[in-house]
Design a protein around this ligand. Structure first.
Ligand code: ABU
Length: 367
């Protein structure tokens, strides 16, 4: 039967259909030009690559399956990707790397804008084939939804020209990294269009796109040309030494309300559009943990990487007591869901999902 399956313009309208990732076969990828920053110098992960320990995969899958149960019980339809055997090299005419990674964080790979899903032009070589895990789903949506626009951003070549080599020299201090972020000096070059979908914050007619380690200026230009009727805003968060993905930094909860990572505040000049339109930007609560879990690339700020189900309901990681309390004070009904065992596989509750259908239409929140 032909029916409308894909529709989502933001991260806060009522969620009806979502993709939740799977941890199966996940690997720690070998170092490559775009990734070495996410492994701290003193981490036991340094130099380590290959399949992730099986017991960690099983624990992550238990929490992912539980998230599916929570969503299903609330009437949200859930689809799952089909993981590949990620422990295989990626070989193209332009590069070779020892293994792939995972399909756990669908939010990085798939960007839903209205009735379109775009397969992102990701900068990690180990993620070159990740979209294949979602192809069976996208193919089904295409067969069943006559309005579904299935797109792929120009496939990047990821040759050596796409990166600044030795960008992650171990001798570079945290202070110097912050100077680089402030100067918008990132590991990728402008050789080709590069972006992770999780760098794009969708708010109806406006896309706020983080320029950082995984998304370059050429991507912003591509979005401008692709969507001439939308407004594309480049945003930066100078307090972040490793700016990767906007969804642990700047997270809308409902029309008019955004939580902002207090260590990565949006600069004054970029706040104007929100303030002028009556939006409140609130500092997010402190994370409950001082360290991310073992073998995890992400920061403790996955505390704010929540999944909004509608303007009044949000899923927050169960151990993040300060974030739970803040959400409650902000007038949200909070559903705590344990998810820390899945963090190492690519992120939190928002990262682990990708929108298929939210009610609502394309609104102009910033006229
Ligand atoms: N994928 C979100 C990770 C952001 C962070 O590490 O803070």
């Amino acid at each position: 039967m032909m029916t409308k399956i894909v529709n989502s313009w933001n991260d806060f309208d009522p969620l009806k259909h979502v993709i939740v990732g799977r941890a199966d076969h996940s690997c720690i990828p070998p170092e490559e030009p775009a990734t070495s920053e996410k492994v701290p110098i003193d981490s036991t992960m340094r130099g380590m690559w290959g399949p992730r320990p099986l017991e960690t995969v099983e624990k992550a899958n238990i929490q992912l399956d539980n998230l599916v149960k929570v969503l299903t019980e609330r009437g949200v339809k859930v689809d799952r990707p089909e993981p590949l055997q990620w422990n295989q090299p990626v070989i193209t005419p332009d590069f070779r790397t020892g293994s792939m990674m995972t399909c756990m964080p669908p939010r990085d790979t798939l960007l839903t804008i209205g009735s379109e899903i775009i397969e992102a032009a990701m900068s990690f070589r180990c993620r070159f084939w990740e979209y294949l895990a979602f192809r069976p789903l996208l193919s089904r949506y295409f067969n069943e939804d006559p309005e579904f626009l299935w797109s792929q951003a120009p496939r990047p070549r990821l040759s050596d020209k796409s990166y600044k080599h030795n960008y992650y020299d171990e001798r570079i201090s945290l202070e110097e990294r912050l100077v680089r972020t402030a100067n918008k000096d990132f590991v990728t070059t402008e050789e080709e269009i590069l972006f992770d979908a999780a760098d794009v914050m969708r708010v109806g007619k406006d896309l706020f796109i983080q320029h950082g380690l995984t998304t370059n200026r050429k991507a912003m230009e591509w979005f401008k040309r692709k969507y001439p009727d939308m407004r594309i805003h480049a945003v930066n968060f100078p307090g972040d030494p490793y700016p990767i993905h906007i969804d642990a930094t700047f997270v809308p909860l409902r029309p008019g309300l955004i939580i902002n990572n207090p260590h990565r505040r949006l600069p004054k000049e970029q706040r104007v559009i929100f303030e002028k339109n009556g939006w409140e930007i609130v500092d997010a609560a402190q994370p409950a943990h001082t360290e991310p879990p073992p073998l995890c690339y992400s920061s403790v700020w996955l505390s704010m990487n929540c999944l909004v189900l509608d303007h009044k309901t949000v899923i927050v990681e169960a151990s993040e007591v300060h974030q739970l309390e803040q959400m409650d004070k902000l007038g949200m009904n909070v559903i705590p869901v344990a998810f820390r065992d899945a963090y190492a596989f690519g992120g939190g509750l928002h990262c682990a999902t990708a929108d298929v259908y939210r009610e609502g239409t394309c609104q102009d929140y910033f006229p």
